[in-house]
Design a protein around this ligand. Structure first.
Ligand SMILES: O=C(O)CCC(=O)C(=O)O
Ligand SMILES: [Fe+2]
Length: 333
């Protein structure tokens, strides 16, 4: 069990809470709602009800018929694997710069929950900050084109889902779309490619002393996650039952996009929508010890957006200030 808990005192309540969630806990089966987005415009009211119900309860749902072509997802996974296979000295030319959510890092993310580095590397794409951070065509042909198309497809899907939440919250339909405007220099939504390291010559304690990603809630409004069949490990734990932490596997089903609410939207909804704790556990000794790849798109409102719920439960804060506090706590080196 991992009991190394950070003793930092953070200025946001959600971060202080996060320092208490590092242990293994128990496991429990729960249903994760599956929501069909087909015929979206005609079925929008019904879809909005289903999204609202899932998000005010478990905070996670899996979308089917979501409109991102499977070929595009497969191409993006291939490009991601090719990126992480580049020599270390090449990847090191695209370093994650502090506070930017852009660039490559290797075992640099230390979660407040565990106090240990996640067993992963990642490359983050935040469009206005990529000038020096794309590999060249000679280094990785087609990578930038593939990722730009994939980023935009995820943004479109994210905005469709957020438009349903806007209606439910009593905002105009494109309220969140306007505040995630990709044409603005203030844009800060992020596509993150993730590579969880394979276990080599694993010692018994390696299965229990580390996390592929320590328990956390996301900082953003909405996360769209692409997992690969056969590469599981994601687990969630709904906050409403927090007396005992019981974790549920989120299966990496083919063709689905797994979504969860983040803290920014929880705050923006006056805590109606639930930002749910999740983590990626290490493989069990009987499971595959190979690499795990996933891709997450974080819908993070533009820096200049003001987060204030319809009922004004919290003081207004800009999305820039909100995110900076969260990034600082996770990459505090
Ligand atoms: O890789 C996964 O399955 C989850 C990743 C995640 O939770 C994150 O990057 O915030
Ligand atoms: Fe996450």
């Amino acid at each position: 069990m991992n009991t190394t808990v950070s003793e930092k005192n953070y200025s946001l309540d959600e971060l202080n809470k996060e320092t208490t969630f590092g242990g293994a806990g128990s496991e429990k089966m729960r249903d994760i709602p599956r929501i069909d987005l087909s015929d979206f415009d005609a079925r929008k009211a019904e879809i909005a009800d289903a999204l609202w119900s899932a998000s005010t309860d478990i905070g996670f749902f899996q979308l089917i018929n979501h409109g991102i072509p499977q070929d595009m997802i497969d191409d993006a996974f291939e490009a991601s694997e090719a990126f992480f296979s580049l020599p270390e000295e090449v990847k090191a030319r695209f370093p994650l710069l502090s506070g930017t959510n852009a660039g490559w890092e290797y075992k640099a993310q230390v979660r407040p929950s565990t106090g240990t580095a996640d067993q992963k590397e990642s490359y983050q794409i935040t469009l206005p900050r990529m000038a020096e951070l794309w590999p060249s065509e000679a280094e990785l042909a087609g990578f930038k084109t593939t990722m730009l198309a994939f980023e935009r497809a995820n943004w479109e899907l994210g905005m469709r889902v957020l438009s349903c939440f806007a209606l439910k919250l009593g905002f105009v339909e494109d309220f969140f779309t306007e505040r995630h405007d990709p044409e603005s220099p203030e844009y800060q939504s992020t596509l993150r490619l993730l590579h969880y390291l394979e276990l080599v010559n694993a010692k018994p304690e390696d299965f229990t002393s580390f996390w592929r990603a320590g328990a956390h809630t996301d900082f953003d409004c909405l996360t769209l996650l692409h997992q690969r069949p056969g590469q599981g490990g994601l687990q969630l734990c709904p906050g409403k039952e927090s007396s005992e932490l019981a974790w549920t596997d989120v299966p990496p089903l083919p063709g689905v996009v797994t979504c969860n609410i983040g803290d920014m939207l929880m705050r923006w909804s006056d805590d109606k929508l639930q930002s749910t704790l999740h983590r990626v556990r290490m493989p069990k000794p009987e499971e595959s010890r190979g690499s795990r790849y996933s891709m997450a798109f974080f819908c993070q409102a533009n820096k200049d957006a003001i987060i204030e719920g319809p009922e004004k439960h919290y003081a207004p804060i800009t999305a820039h200030d909100y995110l900076q506090q969260r990034i600082a706590a996770n990459f505090a080196k």
